[in-house]
Design a protein around this ligand. Structure first.
Ligand code: GDP
Ligand code: MN
Length: 393
């Protein structure tokens, strides 16, 4: 029996309409937005999921007394590069980290400076912890501007960076600091026999009680690198970092890890203009003022060769390459991405960004809040990309 034509058309249209309505009703709301939506993006949903401690046993034990020579502590240190003038800010950071974590474990602190630490600095920082504090001078050859950097060219480049409103562009010491954090700190004789470090800057905050030994967790779970915040970088600080990386990779294709996070490194979908200005790099990086890591990675041949290549290329001075994008690109290419861990349980702030988990163990930050700065800063969060390409562990 033939169905009249108008009726058939109506049936098809209704079927499509029904399908569309059902699809709309059941689809999950998108967490990755197009670039146009970024300014209105709400804090990451994942940070709002409650997250407790790893399952027992918790590794908090009396054996961690500061003076116990048989302590179960593993080979690690808290690490801070800091200036004498930043003493007050350093005390703020120490107070928070000792209260929430280190007073239970007593890992030593190691402070680094390009000039000798003042007596006040040593006395007052040591008063914040039962653990041992070490005060180390950076060898001249680790801090000095390398011989192949041309000072006229540096001055010229500094002017250009200034015109592009790159923060700290003309400040030589900032460039030296970025280079030292990229490729020098782990070569300091004081760290020769140390494996893991937790980097701490002055004036940062920690909000959540952590009752397990973070370093042991890294060790037992075979992790290389831990982060809290993932950000976009200012592309004008790194125009040739990715092109130099590509040159390096062309010469060393064997360094690319088979389980790498390259897709995260080169993403161009979420913030296309950043990728374009950085010539192929998303600019997404682990915000390195917080890092918990295994120095074995920085000491490995792929990373050493990479740093050497970048150092010779001059971008630490002629541009303003940060240690964060350098570390991040290297990790994204040479490391097994399953060895990189988001510490969602560590509540952290370095102005103007936060990682603030939902947990009864946290005090002093607003759950899920990414920034307390201007609204436009919300779009700087690129954790959604990390979750998209790598996952949440
Ligand atoms: P920002 O976080 O990028 O704004 O840069 P900071 O001024 O916080 O510097 C990053 C880290 O390097 C901080 O721990 C500073 O204390 C440290 N730092 C920066 N420049 C110097 C320097 O010239 N000498 C020393 N000893 N530490 C520095
Ligand atoms: Mn800082």
């Amino acid at each position: 029996m033939a169905i009249p034509r108008p009726l058939r058309a109506l049936a098809i249209v209704s079927a499509f309409l029904l399908f569309y309505l059902l699809f709309q009703a059941f689809r999950t709301p998108p967490t990755i937005h197009g670039p146009g939506d970024l300014e209105h993006e709400l804090p990451n949903e994942p940070t709002l999921q409650e997250y407790g401690e790893p399952p027992p046993p918790l590794w908090r034990a009396d054996g961690y007394a500061a003076d116990n020579p048989d302590s179960p502590r593993i080979n690690a240190t808290l690490l801070a590069l800091v200036r004498n003038e930043e003493l007050d800010g350093m005390l703020v950071s120490m107070r928070d980290l000792e209260r929430t974590w280190n007073s239970k474990f007593n890992y030593p602190w190691t402070f680094f400076n390009d000039v000798p630490f003042s007596e006040d600095f040593k006395r007052l920082t040591q008063m914040e912890t039962k653990a041992k504090c070490n005060y180390e001078l950076i060898p001249k050859e680790h801090w000095a501007v390398p011989s192949w950097i041309n000072s006229d060219l540096f001055d010229e480049s500094a002017k250009m960076l200034e015109e592009q409103e790159v923060q700290y562009g003309p400040m030589v010491s900032y460039h030296q600091m970025c280079r030292w954090n990229s490729g020098m700190f782990y070569k300091h004789p004081a760290l020769q026999d140390v494996r893991y470090y937790w980097r701490v800057e002055p004036k940062v905050h920690f909000f959540c009680d952590i009752d397990y030994d973070i370093f042991r967790w890294m060790n037992d779970h075979n992790k290389t690198y831990g982060f809290t915040i993932n950000l976009y970088d200012a592309p004008q600080t790194i125009p040739t970092l990715w092109p130099e990386t590509e040159k390096f990779m062309a010469a060393h294709p064997e360094y690319l890890h088979e389980n790498n996070a390259r897709e995260w490194v080169v993403d161009s979908k979420r913030r296309p203009e950043h990728n374009i200005k950085a010539h192929g790099y998303s600019t997404c990086h682990f915000w390195s003022n917080f890092e918990i890591a295994d120095m074995g990675f920085w000491r490995s041949k792929p990373y050493e060769d990479y740093f050497e290549h970048l150092d010779r290329a001059g971008g630490f001075f002629y541009e303003r390459w940060g240690d964060a994008p350098v570390h991040s690109i290297a990790l994204g290419l040479f490391e097994d991405k399953s060895k990189i861990h988001w510490f969602r349980d560590i509540g952290y702030q370095h102005i103007p960004y936060f990682n603030c988990p939902k947990s009864p163990k946290c005090r002093g930050c607003v759950t899920g809040r990414f920034t307390d700065g201007e609204r436009f800063l919300f779009k700087e969060d690129c954790r959604p990309n990390w979750f998209k390409y790598v996952g949440m562990d």
